[in-house]
Design a binder for this molecule. Structure first.
Ligand SMILES: Cc1cc2nc3c(=O)[nH]c(=O)nc-3n(C[C@H](O)[C@H](O)[C@H](O)COP(=O)(O)OP(=O)(O)OC[C@H]3O[C@@H](n4cnc5c(N)ncnc54)[C@H](O)[C@@H]3O)c2cc1C
Length: 390
């Protein structure tokens, strides 16, 4: 029989889990809610990315988590001893261990086999009563769908990196599902490319654990910022101005200028400076022009201007490409003729509906939620809107 749900959430990351728990609670368990995700368990991508980057503490404060009460994580920590210390300043940033243990605790109220459908959704057909959802393993029906697909698996891999990878040179994206930092083997020279938290934390972790030569290559000087968006964007201070602007191109401009891409927190900057005192760890500033294979095992990274780096392994930490480019969203846009703004992103109503039976969360909801849409606070803001539908 075709599985059928009142609500199907596509994507079981931080956003999907928060929305699942929130709607379950708000509707007192009366709705059947499923989560479809190709991974074996919730938050698989989150755990993979945070583990590969060696993240110990979240960048966001303790009130950003998957439960409903803003102080739930703080209360959970009061009753559980999680190592190392549970929070760091400023604004009580939780440790990754604490955050993940709290997610496990929240989900322990539900049986995974009752809600988890391990499958990749490939297409959605919307109709007047709900939707037919097509997956690698068959069809699912739902009255309402919530898209919570995060970055939709869209890794940002530069052209030169793809070119080297196609020649079987070991160049890995640090967030690729195929790459685990635990399987890292040091050679004579590893280059880590990128200037954001992911690249820098990966560099620190590898430099601390191995003695082989390792270089952090950043396109410019490293920029330090406590948050990836100004905290004013997490509440009414700036969001009020965002909401009162109706023109989508203006909203997009606000989002672009608010997000501080490629920045690292002051504590990580301090750690980086300590690591760079080690003889085998280096920092080079330069923009990569091209990558060239040298012999069968080595490569030159040619930098703009004169310089080049000679290496036998490259780790790319250049983040993600826009979610909107994912195959599922492209199929949906083409087949269902849903409204999009100039930037290609969904035009949605205040309940984050792109269609009567389809809501969105994360980056796809940016034009309604604002610059924090893809962060954990974005899941909470999306939840406040979407829950009113049920
Ligand atoms: C290393 C790292 C650290 C971060 N730290 C913070 C932080 O401290 N604070 C903060 O606020 N934000 C942080 N972020 C941003 C972070 O990505 C978000 O806060 C959060 O993880 C996003 O959750 P999500 O559910 O939207 O995405 P994801 O965790 O990516 O989950 C999306 C899920 O959708 C699934 N999916 C995608 N396409 C399909 C499909 N077609 N069919 C079925 N399932 C699909 C994926 O498999 C995945 O499981 C961090 C990001 C990274 C990478």
């Amino acid at each position: 029989m075709t599985p059928s749900f009142d609500v199907l959430i596509i994507g079981g990351g931080v956003h999907g889990v928060h929305l699942f728990h929130l709607i379950k609670k708000r509707t007192e368990n009366k709705l059947t809610i499923g989560i479809a995700d190709p991974n074996p368990a919730p938050l698989h991508n989150w755990k993979h990315c945070t583990s590969n980057s060696g993240m110990e503490f979240l960048r966001s404060p303790s009130v950003h988590h998957v439960d409903i009460d803003p102080f739930a994580l703080q209360k959970f920590s009061d009753h559980h001893s999680i190592q190392p210390k549970p929070f760091v300043a400023p604004r009580n940033r939780p440790s990754l261990n604490l955050f993940n243990a709290h997610v496990r605790d929240v989900l322990s109220a539900y049986k995974q086999e009752d809600y988890w459908i391990q499958t990749q959704i490939t297409d959605i057909e919307l109709h007047s009563m709900g939707a037919r959802i097509f997956s690698e393993d068959g069809e699912i029906h739902a009255r309402h769908i919530i898209l919570a697909i995060g970055n939709g698996g869209q890794l940002n891999m530069p052209e030169w990196a793809n070119s080297l990878a196609s020649k079987a040179f070991p160049v890995h994206h640090i967030y690729s599902p195929d790459f685990s930092v635990k399987a890292y083997k040091e050679g004579f020279h590893t280059v880590v490319v990128g200037s954001g938290m992911g690249a820098v934390q990966t560099f620190i972790k590898l430099a601390e654990s191995y003695s082989g030569k390792i270089t952090l290559l950043t396109p410019g000087k490293i920029n330090v910022s406590q948050y990836d968006i100004d905290p004013g964007w997490m509440g009414p201070k700036y969001l009020h101005r965002f909401y009162s602007e109706q023109r989508t191109f203006k909203r997009r401009a606000m989002i672009s200028s608010a997000r501080k891409r490629g920045t690292i927190t002051p504590d990580i900057n301090w750690k980086l400076n300590q690591v760079l005192k080690m003889e085998h760890a280096h920092h080079v500033i330069g923009k990569i022009k091209s990558g060239e294979l040298f012999g069968s095992d080595n490569a030159f990274l040619n930098l703009e201007g004169e310089g080049h780096l000679f290496c036998d392994q490259i780790l790319v930490g250049t983040g993600f490409s826009p979610t909107i480019n994912s195959t599922l969203i492209q199929n949906l846009k083409n087949n269902s003729h849903l409204k999009c703004a100039e930037c290609g992103y969904p035009i949605i109503d205040p309940f984050l509906r792109w269609h009567e039976h389809l809501s969105v969360s994360g980056e796809l909801a940016e034009l309604e939620i604002g610059p924090g849409a893809k962060n954990i606070i974005g899941a909470r803001h999306a939840g406040e809107r979407i829950q009113r539908l049920f």
